[in-house]
Design a protein around this ligand. Structure first.
Ligand code: HAM
Length: 420
């Protein structure tokens, strides 16, 4: 193993491609910030208990994929595999739900960790931007979140994604369905592990990818037929609201999701250019989670979109984001004196809010101009001894190639004027 190798299932974000990641995070969070969601940041690790209770003891995430550790002080911690349980824990701890303003709408962005088998689009360290709306049961809130995710993807130029929508019922109707499903599944020809799954998490069996299992599931009882009237009405309202917003979705009664806390509305954003790891984002309602982790009744809904997979989706669709150059002015000094003087101009520009960079290390004109080009700067400032003797710098417009001498004392003001 080389010392310069990132751990298995991880990768580094480095320039220039890292700029795309930043832009994706920005694009996903922009609609949230514009819709009353406040920023929240929680630790990268939590007490194991939070995820065991919140995400669910029967999920793969908790039983197989969690990075757990015991601290020197004996605390059992886990690197966070997802954000919802942490965000709800933090909101409860800060009593945000008691500030009299429900729902508490929060957005977050960060790193998550799952010990999964690495493959294209599936990593052990990945990045999500998420949103949680805590404390309100209102189909408009579910619709808002789905519409905002759709808006985020569209703003990035993505088109080949689909929205899958389902209702998982509530604490009244789901247990009845669960039992009917178990009775059906117990009669099938299934392996030991799947038989165990029937007893702890039967809905996940519906999610089995194997063709021979799927074939046996054709006549499985459908959750749709078991939804209580309240769940049915709620779901119809969500469907009507997103339809009215012009957001296209597909009803997918097989959508069960890999976390235990969901009730009623569940959805997933899938991208058709990504192969087997096609889910770019997912979410839903989790009306019972607060009580599961020891809090009051706080019906909530949220989603998380995967930044890594969203970037892969952009690549799959051949979408190039229009990323403006980060540097506007690039200074190229020729000689010692010019170095001091131009660095002074660069500092002045930066203080005036103009993005400027500098050819460090006293390189020659040719190499420095190459760096200037690569920086994407609209203007370069070049100065040598003769220029300084005349009290001027050469200002070159990198688009038109036009070069003019401007008085040194006016260089910053002239650039500010030209850059608007
Ligand atoms: P999730 O479906 O487990 O939901 O993850 C959301 C997204 O994170 C996935 O759609 C995917 O894009 C990305 N993701 C998950 N695992 C990996 C991985 N190993 N490598 C790369 N990307 C990955 C949640 O995490 C819920 N907390 C969402 C939520 C929020 N539900 C309600 N509120």
């Amino acid at each position: 193993m080389s010392t310069f190798q990132a751990p298995k299932g991880t990768y580094d974000l480095t320039p220039p491609s890292s700029a795309t990641f930043l832009a994706v995070r920005e694009a996903i969070s922009a609609p949230l910030r514009d819709s009353g969601y406040g920023y929240i940041e929680t630790p990268g690790f939590e007490n194991v208990e939070l995820f065991a209770r919140g995400v669910g003891e029967s999920t793969d995430i908790v039983t197989k994929e969690m990075y757990t550790l015991t601290t020197k002080g004996g605390d059992q911690l886990a690197l966070r595999p997802e954000g919802t349980a942490s965000v709800l824990r933090a909101a409860l701890e800060a009593n945000l739900h008691k500030a009299g303003n429900l729902p508490v709408k929060l957005w977050y962005s960060g790193s998550y960790y799952r010990y999964e088998r690495p493959q294209a689009g599936r990593y052990r360290h990945f990045s999500q931007v998420g949103a949680e709306a805590i404390g309100t049961e209102d189909p408009v809130l579910d619709a808002e979140l789905i519409i905002l995710a759709d808006q985020a993807y569209r703003s990035l130029g993505l088109r080949q994604f689909r929205i899958l929508l389902n209702s998982l019922g509530d604490k009244e109707c789901r247990p009845v369905y669960r039992e009917a499903l178990q009775t059906f599944l117990r009669d099938l020809d299934l392996d030991e592990e799947t038989r165990r799954r029937i007893e702890i998490n039967p809905l996940r069996v519906l999610d089995d990818k194997r063709a021979d299992v799927q074939k046996q599931l054709t006549d499985a009882p459908k959750l749709r037929d078991y939804l209580c009237d309240a769940c049915k009405a709620y779901h119809e309202e969500v469907r009507a609201l997103i339809t009215a917003a012009g957001v296209v979705f597909e009803d997918d009664e097989k959508l069960v999701r890999g976390l235990d806390y969901y009730t009623r509305t569940t959805f997933e954003f899938v991208h058709d250019g990504l192969g087997s790891q096609s889910a770019v984002g997912g979410g839903g309602r989790y009306d019972g989670l607060s009580e599961m982790i020891g809090g009051p009744e706080l019906p909530s809904v949220g989603w998380a979109l995967g930044v890594d997979r969203t970037v892969l989706a952009l690549e799959a669709e051949g979408v190039e984001l229009d990323l403006p150059a980060t540097t506007s002015v690039y200074a190229v000094p020729l000689g010692e004196e010019a170095r001091r003087v131009l660095f002074g101009v660069v500092t002045e520009l930066r203080r005036a809010g103009i993005a400027a960079d500098f050819a460090f290390g006293g390189r020659g004109l040719k190499g420095a101009m190459k760096s200037a080009n690569r920086s994407g700067a609209r203007y370069t400032l070049v100065a040598g001894e003769r220029d300084l003797a005349e009290g001027v710098v050469q200002l070159k417009d990198m688009e038109s190639g036009e070069q003019t001498a401007v008085p040194l004392t006016e260089a910053a003001a002239e650039l500010a004027k030209r850059l608007g």
